[in-house]
Design a protein around this ligand. Sequence first.
Ligand SMILES: [Zn+2]
Length: 133
Amino acid sequence: MESSRPLPIPTPNSEPFWNGLANHQVTLQQCDDCNAWVFYPRSHCNSCLSPNLTWKQVSGNGTLYSFTVARRPTAPQFIDDIPQLIVVVELSEGVRLNSVMVNIAPEALVIGMAVKPVFHLRDGATLLYFEPE
Ligand SMILES: [Zn+2]
């Protein structure tokens, strides 16, 4: 079932993000005009609407902002991933993203815990997961 799982489809706006992950780098857009960090990838700053965004490499470190433990598959393709630790991570830059935690027991998840990126290769795509720091 591994190969039938959905994979990200890069768009012109998000392609640099996925290319960064393929090189084991977490990259975010930063606004040249107001310095806001922007995620998800967009054509304009969501703080000041400037089109002047620059991709920058960041550590990918952050904290666990929220989580849920899925004990039933969220889609048929994820039946082998149960329990799936679905998380919202707040990166050090302040943006939040949805992901999955690995290398931790569900009972050990604690809001606010430090996390670091895991570059998970699947079917030719590199996905951004997280694990305890
Ligand atoms: Zn801005």
